[in-house]
Design a protein around this ligand. Sequence first.
Ligand SMILES: *Cc1c(COP(=O)(O)O)cnc(C)c1O
Length: 220
Amino acid sequence: MFLKDTYTKILTDLGTCKLIAVSKTKPIPDLKEAYEAGCLDFGENKVQEMVEKQAQMPENIRWHLIGHLQSNKVKYIASFVHLIHSVDSLKLLQEINKQAFKNNRVIPCLLQIYIAQEETKFGLDFMEAKTLLESQELKNLKNIKIIGFMGMASFTENTDQIRQEFAKLKTFYDECKSTYKQENIDIQELSMGMSGDYMIAAQEGSTMVRVGSLLFGSRN
Ligand SMILES: *Cc1c(COP(=O)(O)O)cnc(C)c1O
């Protein structure tokens, strides 16, 4: 199922903020419907699923990897991935750099920042992100480019809390945008907002929202 009217409404709501259709778990016909409605940005959270779908969908789609990425799987997506949203270590960046070099390209990456209250295994805190951005090892990586941050707000009904979490990440983004500039750092994208909170995220300065269930129906 793809909800075209909802897609159109979200696009109108967003203005200049980009919409990434999160198609994880959804079958190819659903993606084709979205593509036919004009959607060119698709988000997947699993490498194998993204590889399989990429092979069956048109060439001009921009594939966004939004889920946790294991180093040993980077090689499967390095030739085509448009943006990796979920980078959370130097080790992973080094592997992305290596595979991007093999494919003679530069892969754009976002650092995943941990902003929610609840415990999660993934993401960097603000200090860890700064340490990474300042590291000497990062300077040597010519085949990656860090172009911003991704964050997920707490899973809560409390919209004030969600807004505060997004606002904190926006402040950090603005600070980094003016502080860090080098060959492979050019901060210009802020990926925050999902089905439940995309409007709040857009109001708080998100440049790209990742919307799944609202567009494709709930997942099992
Ligand atoms: C699944 C997922 C989304 C989309 O979630 P919805 O609530 O269905 O919009 C966004 N971002 C990430 C990282 C996800 O894993």
